[in-house]
Design a protein around this ligand. Sequence first.
Ligand code: ZN
Length: 233
Amino acid sequence: MLEVVPILCRAGQMDNYAYLLVDKSTGISAILDASEAAPIIAECQKKNVKPQFLLNTHHHFDHVEGNAELRELFGAKIVGAAEDKDRIENMDIALNDGDVFELGDSKAHIISADGHTIGHILWYFPQDKVLFTGDTLFNLSIGGLFEGTPEQMWSSLQKIKNLPDDVLFYPGHEYTVYGMANLEGESGIKYAETAKKRLSAGLPAGPFTLADEKKCNPYLRIDSLQEFCRLFN
Ligand SMILES: [Zn+2]
């Protein structure tokens, strides 16, 4: 079983999430998207874990800047997309679409998701039904198109839509409030209530299931490529 601990980084600025992942049967652990070292080190000390791996969704500085210090401190290996090999420093393990990465007994399937960047990957743990979407999918919105085309982003979002409804997803930023104003209908109201309750308790708004997201995220509700591309013109 995989334990997932969100760690808010760059709080009040970019509101990134790093995630501490612990494979409960072996104790092997990792940090996904080491945004900044200090809050991650504090959480690791609190839980008394030394991550063996630093997993990455993409090369942007606000997702990788903690890598160097954590690699030094924990002797952890840096893992990312082969396409980011020259952009994520000191990558020890380079992965491609369809690869399976073993974190102890927990297995992550690598899904390539071009759009926000070229080489962005999703980390999907099918046994645990959890998905880390980096800057591809946020609660109620999606990441900006820095390197890819709307067509590429569309195809990446279809891959997410095709995953099971009961998968919980964990995004790279806390951007939920920005999308809440547009929520409507019964499922939208329920989504907003849950998010507000968690946020006011000092927790992340998520995780939400992909079923909730498919119902409420306007970018996932669109089902024609043409209509999706119109948003970017
Ligand atoms: Zn990014």
